[in-house]
Design a protein around this ligand. Structure first.
Ligand SMILES: *[C@@H]1O[C@H](CO)[C@@H](O)[C@H](O)[C@H]1NC(C)=O
Ligand SMILES: *[C@@H]1O[C@H](CO)[C@@H](O)[C@H](O)[C@H]1NC(C)=O
Ligand SMILES: [Ca+2]
Ligand SMILES: [Ca+2]
Length: 211
């Protein structure tokens, strides 16, 4: 086989080798209402205050409304750290204060094959979400992503150490393994709240009250 024909079949060969992976499921985003003025758009790491209603796509039943259920107050959450459904993290970016969106979320980005409570297994969900306020997250989402070298959404001691080393070098200090290890132990003592040996995105984002 010559080079040219190899090039022409290579893409399909690669697609085959990678196991015909299904495309990443997507959230369908529809803007219901958008304010005239938009001073700030939501991004990963921001804290968002929302009112929301959730419906089953199958028959339109509303399974939750923050205006009716619970304490009837809107809820705060941090965007992009999987504190909420994956479909919310994907579907609520670049949103203006005062904007209302309808999200159609496939089950794989919601409660999956198991379902939950009133939500049957494999349910596609529809949410009507109104963004009331955006605030700065307590810590930068970007720096977490930068430190999380293997993208497993938690920081190992090794990853934190690598980060310290880089920071030291950036500021003109020579790295010192012993010193970094002491620092890492210190950091984990404060941040690894559940003591599982990792700093999760949530542990990272919410700083603990200083004693
Ligand atoms: C809608 O579907 C859910 C789950 O299958 C079921 O519990 C509920 O009774 C249905 N509601 C109506 C109005 O059919
Ligand atoms: C490295 O750090 C340790 C602990 O802070 C210190 O005792 C040691 O002198 C340092 N080594 C160097 C080469 O700077
Ligand atoms: Ca990691
Ligand atoms: Ca932990």
């Amino acid at each position: 086989m010559n080079f040219i024909s190899l090039c022409s079949i290579l893409p399909s060969l690669l697609a085959f080798v990678s196991g015909g992976k299904l495309p990443e499921p997507e959230v369908k985003v529809e803007v219901i209402d958008k304010p005239l003025m938009c001073y700030r758009k939501s991004k990963y790491g921001d804290m968002l205050l929302v009112h929301h209603e959730g419906f089953l796509e199958s028959n339109g039943t509303m399974f939750y409304s923050s205006r009716i259920h619970g304490d009837k107050n809107p809820v705060w959450f941090t965007l992009g750290i999987r504190e909420v459904l994956k479909g919310w993290d994907k579907g609520l970016q670049n949103m203006c204060t005062g904007e209302r969106r309808k999200l159609t979320i496939p089950s794989s980005l919601a409660y999956g094959k198991e379902g939950k409570g009133k939500i049957p297994p494999g349910s596609t969900l529809i949410f009507d979400i109104e963004l009331l306020e955006i605030r700065n997250g307590p810590r930068s989402h970007d720096s977490f992503r930068e430190m999380d070298l293997n993208d497993d959404w938690k920081l190992s001691k090794q990853e934190v150490k690598e980060y310290l080393k880089k920071e030291f070098e950036k500021h003109g200090y020579s790295p010192n393994d012993t010193h970094h290890e002491v620092m890492v132990e210190d950091i984990f003592k404060n941040e690894d709240e559940d003591e599982d040996g990792f700093i999760s995105a949530r542990e990272f984002t919410y700083q603990h009250d200083e004693l």
